[in-house]
Design a protein around this ligand. Structure first.
Ligand SMILES: Cc1ncc(COP(=O)(O)O)c(C=O)c1O
Length: 461
């Protein structure tokens, strides 16, 4: 599920309505009487750590540094309202009708213009509109992956994609990142290792810009190298780029897809540049893959929602949407600064974090010996929430780290949130000293602040 979503569906373990609870094989009451009928793939469908947090973290007294919800309070709602009004009045019967499975042709042309900002030359025929880029991750996995196939992901990786890969029973192999993003030599080694074991790698899933959750960006020098490694090994790249236009000081980075049309499927989204509520994203794929994606889209939804597509399309046509993106960037930059300043001022020695150049996230690594997940209940009691690093690994690593989001709270709330978090960390350090399992025995790195990136990959060793 997308991390922004509030909990939906019944994961509470309440008995199914029609059947009630029934005795299980042990004679004890079984809370879900359907339990032995679900498909095997549902075993991979577990609530993400973010979902479990959502209800608590969204209480007003809690400063949530957890969720990755874009802050859309700056959107010109009157402009959008007028445009929706016009859409219903003038094109209502089209907007509320079924549409093409591939998506609205005019919007697909506009999407090509958006991608041109990142150096991509594409034809609207090769674009498939999806219900957010989350659905694009799902459709790509659906058409490529059989149970047991390997998907290579960065370490850490986007929790919503890991959820998809798990649901399709893929095996995720994580590859190390550093302050310049995915490490080419580590990717080469991982591919060789998996292939030598006779396993099939279906794709490398990568978020090159303003990574969720790591906050890092793949350097320009590494981009051709990553493409070359994948080309040589005949491995497809799935480039997920929802944050690409949200750099603070820089021109958009050149997409991987801009230099490799055959070996890359590119995913984009209007969730962060406009609004996630419309649920409009897309996939740009080589022609044959595009055909399969449309078939998969038709079986999933018949067609992406016409109303949302036309609403987004009208916004792009009639409004200075890039000017709005610029405003978003300024707002996020101010929040990033607030978070980094607060961390610099207050975090205890030996905690480390990166300074993102765009997007929503800081990846923070705690002083050695501390466990972010174990700390979370106490943090929430102290009215601050974060996402423990383990949420972003398929294999349980990441316990010493956490993702801090600065996108949503005001700068003042961010500072207060960091103050509360520091209180919890200091208490935790104190406890560990008191009970003798402490930090004293653990070497403390000389550098307090890591302007580069504290590679989560170090958790893998
Ligand atoms: C890396 C990444 N990919 C995909 C998505 C899904 O976005 P959407 O479905 O809203 O386009 C998100 C949302 O947070 C994300 O961070």
């Amino acid at each position: 599920m997308s991390e922004q979503h509030p909990p939906t569906g019944d994961t509470s373990g309440r008995p199914a309505r029609a059947h009630g609870s029934t005795p299980g094989p042990t004679g004890r009451t079984r809370l879900d009487s359907y339990v032995d009928r679900y498909a095997a793939r549902t075993q991979g469908m577990t609530a993400s750590e973010i979902r479990a947090l959502f209800s608590v973290a969204s209480r007003p007294e809690v400063v949530s540094l957890a969720g990755g919800m874009p802050n859309i309070s700056g959107l010109p709602l009157d402009v959008v309202a007028d445009s929706l009004d016009e859409l219903v009045r003038n094109r209502g019967t089209v907007a509320m009708q079924y549409g093409p499975g591939q998506g609205d042709p005019h919007l697909r042309g506009q999407i090509c213009e958006v991608m041109r900002l990142e150096g991509i030359e594409a034809h609207p025929d090769d674009v498939v509109v999806t219900v957010g880029s989350q659905q694009a991750v799902d459709l790509v996995t659906r058409i490529f992956c059989d149970p047991g196939d390997v998907v290579i992901c960065e370490a850490p990786s986007y929790v919503g994609a890991l959820g998809v890969f798990k649901a399709y029973q893929c095996d995720v192999v994580h590859v190390e990142m550093d302050s310049d993003g995915l490490v080419p030599s580590a990717l080469r080694d991982a591919i060789a290792h998996v292939q030598a074991a006779g396993r099939r790698i279906k794709f490398v899933y990568t978020i090159p810009n303003y990574h969720n959750p790591a906050g890092v960006t793949l350097s320009a020098a590494r981009r051709p190298e990553i493409l070359e490694i994948c080309r040589e090994a005949d491995v497809l790249v799935l480039e997920d780029n929802p944050y690409g236009l949200l750099g603070f000081d820089e021109e958009p980075h050149r997409a991987l897809r801009a230099d490799e049309a055959d070996g890359v499927i590119y995913l984009g989204s209007f969730s962060k540049t406009f609004a996630p509520g419309f649920r409009v994203g897309w996939a740009l794929a080589p022609h044959a893959v595009r055909e399969k994606l449309v078939l998969a889209q038709e079986s999933a939804t018949l067609c992406p929602p016409a109303f949302s597509q036309l609403a987004v399309s009208a916004y792009l046509d009639d409004h200075d949407w890039l000017g709005q993106v610029k405003e978003f960037r300024e707002m996020y930059r101010e929040r990033r600064d607030a978070m980094i300043d607060a961390l610099d001022d207050m975090m205890p020695a030996a905690a480390r974090w990166n300074v993102p150049t765009g997007g929503f996230y800081v990846w923070l690594t705690l002083p050695p010996g501390l466990d972010a997940k174990a700390m979370l209940p106490r943090a929430v009691t102290n009215r601050v929430a974060f996402v423990p690093g383990t949420a972003f690994f398929a294999d349980g690593f990441g316990s010493q780290s956490m993702r801090l989001s600065y996108c949503y709270p005001t700068p003042e709330r961010i500072r207060e949130g960091v103050r509360r978090l520091v209180g919890v960390i200091e208490e935790e350090i104190e406890l560990r000293h008191t009970f003798g399992t402490g930090l004293a025995a653990t070497p403390v790195p000389a550098l307090r602040r890591n302007d580069g990136y504290d590679a989560p990959g170090s958790d893998l060793t």
